[in-house]
Ligand binder design. Sequence first.
Ligand code: GLP
Length: 241
Amino acid sequence: MEVVILRDARDVGRVAAGAIARLVRSTPDAVLGLATGSSPLPVYDELARLHAQEGLDFSRASGFALDEYVGLPEGHPQSYREVIRREFTDRVDIEPSRVHSPDGSAEDIEGACAAYEEAIAAAGGVDLQILGIGSDGHIGFNEPGSSLASRTRIKTLTEQTRRDNARFFPSIAEVPHHVVTQGVGTIMDARHVVLVATGARKAEAVHGLVEGPVTAMCVASVLQFHPHTTVIVDSAAASVL
Ligand code: GLP
């Protein structure tokens, strides 16, 4: 695990976007793992800038989102499919039909999760997974206690995560209780993981990720076993290291 500590969120976005840009330049048909939350937003801003100003070409790339809320109507502005469209894919030239999200409104959720795993495998697996981290150490929506070998499935959010994410909704009552998320095992299959975290609110989780014991109580700590993980943080998020 490589840990890169930078001054602020903008630098974190710039360095993480640099890793993605290098991949897409060398492997134009790269498969990107796409994350939501506020931490990756500066990464997407920088990728959009590189596309607009330097012609960074995503036309042959594809993408798989990490997770999705269950029960939000199609097109809901906070559904992760919409967030990824708005924040990233609409701002570059990636082909919309090659950007996939777990289906949080499927009648057969289990079947949809299995189909999602198959689609990732059929694309050849994820070359580079962008990740944030929850304040409780979750990745994707794999909450504390998740099986470290899990695959894409439905999960129940903890109250802490619902509170953390309430800022994106008119009130906490509107934050869904359930989600579909790639499993920890699914995330571990990505060939390169680039995790970004900023702000003092993430300091404890980053400590668990980098220096803690590997435990399902801080799911991100399993990345200590991943052969190629780059953790990019600002000084506030690194303050307990
Ligand atoms: C959500 C997402 C995670 C994300 C986390 C942290 O729970 N499912 O993928 O890492 O939020 O979000 P933020 O970066 O906004 O703190």
